[in-house]
Ligand binder design. Structure first.
Ligand code: CTP
Length: 211
């Protein structure tokens, strides 16, 4: 199989020196990429600015594309999606971006409040999943609420975004080396995995999905 993986945070420019971002390190996306490669799959990894090491590319089984913003990530994914058989949407995509990017660095003013106007970014996984056909799509659902609400939200996202699998996790997973997740499958069954190191977790997720 050839799997398209999105990973890491996106950065949404405010001006030439500032951006809106989030705490994602990209570790889960990097480990899922490694687990897919070990299982014999080909991967196209489209990633935002990672704070972890990029999986090793031999140029044949792994193609990596570095992007910054959600719009860049979507454009790259749309280019690669037609040649892939599955999508793992692991990226922590910024839901909003500044309506305007200032051409010059915004200046500080001690006596004026500053308001940033934000516009919604496209939902990358939902956009690609609209044209999935029989291809497999896995998404993540990151929630800061209690376990029960987290599962309900994950199920809602699975249906709303046309996903086959959804991995529900909590905010504590961001930037961490370990994680505990609930994996909801195509038949809505729930498998809880972890807490485990993300490399072990990634291998378990891959073997469950391609069992
Ligand atoms: N996702 C995406 N594009 C976006 C937002 C999210 O592709 N603009 C993907 C993520 O990669 C993940 C899934 O959608 O696989 C769920 O992301 P999450 O942040 O949990 O949910 P949101 O849809 O952003 O909803 P909310 O922030 O309201 O919880």
């Amino acid at each position: 199989m050839r799997v398209l993986v999105t990973a890491g945070p996106t950065r949404e420019a405010i001006d030439p020196v500032r951006f809106l971002g989030n705490r994602s390190s990209g570790l889960m996306g990097a480990e899922l990429t490694r687990a897919l490669l070990v299982a014999g799959h080909d991967v196209v990894l489209v990633h935002g600015p990672l704070s972890v090491e990029l999986p090793q590319s031999d140029g044949a089984s792994l193609i990596t594309v570095a992007v910054e913003s959600a719009l860049e990530m979507l454009a790259s994914c749309q280019q690669h999606w037609p040649s892939c058989d599955a999508l793992f949407a692991v990226a922590a995509v910024a839901d909003y971006r500044p309506a305007q990017v200032a051409a010059q660095k915004l200046k500080r003013s001690a006596d004026h409040e500053m308001t940033l106007q934000l516009v919604p970014n496209p939902d990358i996984v939902a956009t690609l999943a609209q044209e999935k056909g029989h291809r497999l799509v896995l998404g993540f659902a990151l929630e800061t609420t209690d376990a029960e609400t987290r599962l309900a939200e994950a199920r809602r996202k699975k249906a709303a975004k046309n996903l086959d699998w959804v991995v529900a996790n909590g905010a504590e997973a961001q930037g961490a080396t370990e994680s505990e997740v609930s994996l909801i499958g195509p038949d809505d069954s729930v498998t809880t995995l972890g807490p485990l190191a993300k490399n072990t977790l990634a291998r378990e997720i891959v073997s469950l999905i391609f069992a």
